[in-house]
Design a protein around this ligand. Sequence first.
Ligand SMILES: NC(=O)C1=CN([C@@H]2O[C@H](COP(=O)(O)OP(=O)(O)OC[C@H]3O[C@@H](n4cnc5c(N)ncnc54)[C@H](OP(=O)(O)O)[C@@H]3O)[C@@H](O)[C@H]2O)C=CC1
Ligand SMILES: O=C(O)C1=N[C@H](C(=O)O)C[C@H](O)C1
Length: 269
Amino acid sequence: MVALRVAVAGASGKVGREVVTALLREPDLQLVGGIGRRSAGQDIGEVAGAGRIGIPIDRDVRQLLQRTPVDVLVDFTEAQAALAHAFACVDAGVHLVVGTTGMSRAELEDLETRCRQRGVGAVVSPNFAVGALLMMRLAAIVAPYMPRCEIVEMHHDAKLDAPSGTALRTAALIAQARGQGDDDRPAVPIHSVRLPGLVAHQAVIFGLEGQTLTIRHDSTSRRSYVPGVLLAVRRVTELRGVHSLEEILFGAPPAGAGGAGLTPRPYPA
Ligand SMILES: NC(=O)C1=CN([C@@H]2O[C@H](COP(=O)(O)OP(=O)(O)OC[C@H]3O[C@@H](n4cnc5c(N)ncnc54)[C@H](OP(=O)(O)O)[C@@H]3O)[C@@H](O)[C@H]2O)C=CC1
Ligand SMILES: O=C(O)C1=N[C@H](C(=O)O)C[C@H](O)C1
């Protein structure tokens, strides 16, 4: 068995450390490097709390790619850094798994074009927790029946972006399901809460006369993202262009009320 060579940008970060620790346990995946600024030069295993493994964290993506061959880069950093990493990787033929949020639609479209041109695969997902993807999918199913809704997303107080990537994606899916455009300024109000003590939480609250329906997801540990990241790493080398984790997990994304395999009916009758 030839192991896939995987590097982690943001290896010293809250999510990156969990990904590094998980990769060290997977026999078919070989951790070959990482990227970080303040953590540059430190041992990637030590930074993740998994013990010394003799691989230093590189300062930037070019240094990493010069030092070692990489098949897949996993990125949990911040938007502009992730974009720079992604463009350099695409030029070098390295596949991508991107969890970093805060990139604009235009930037993601640019990435898609570059990936297609270079025959590179990317899985880009604002959330790698399966429960969060199911929350979004359920919200898209409900939306045509209960058109009024608002999103409350609640995160730890170190989060840089607001609204969260998950909330923006949920709003876009709800808009699609209602037959509206799904542009970057969603028609669904989003409320962002940033407080110590929180990890990552979202409630989608639908209201209709005399009733409400709340769909809520809580990530209480950043280990919730790891299985989705590992799945994407194992699949991405077969892909070309940018794909979502929803496509890998569920097939086609839930575009409209029929997206979950249901036959949409007019409501109210
Ligand atoms: N898709 C998903 O499922 C999830 C996505 N996220 C997203 O992932 C991202 C990271 O989140 P989180 O782990 O909480 O953040 P942290 O701040 O804990 O970690 C960020 C990491 O990125 C590195 N970094 C930041 N800027 C640069 C840069 N310019 N060049 C190289 N490395 C850089 C830092 O390295 P150093 O400290 O060495 O400078 C740090 O290790 C965010 O965008 C967040 O929204 C978070 C959770 C789940
Ligand atoms: O920064 C975080 O923590 C998270 N970011 C992602 C987002 O913006 O949606 C995913 C999850 O909500 C955690």
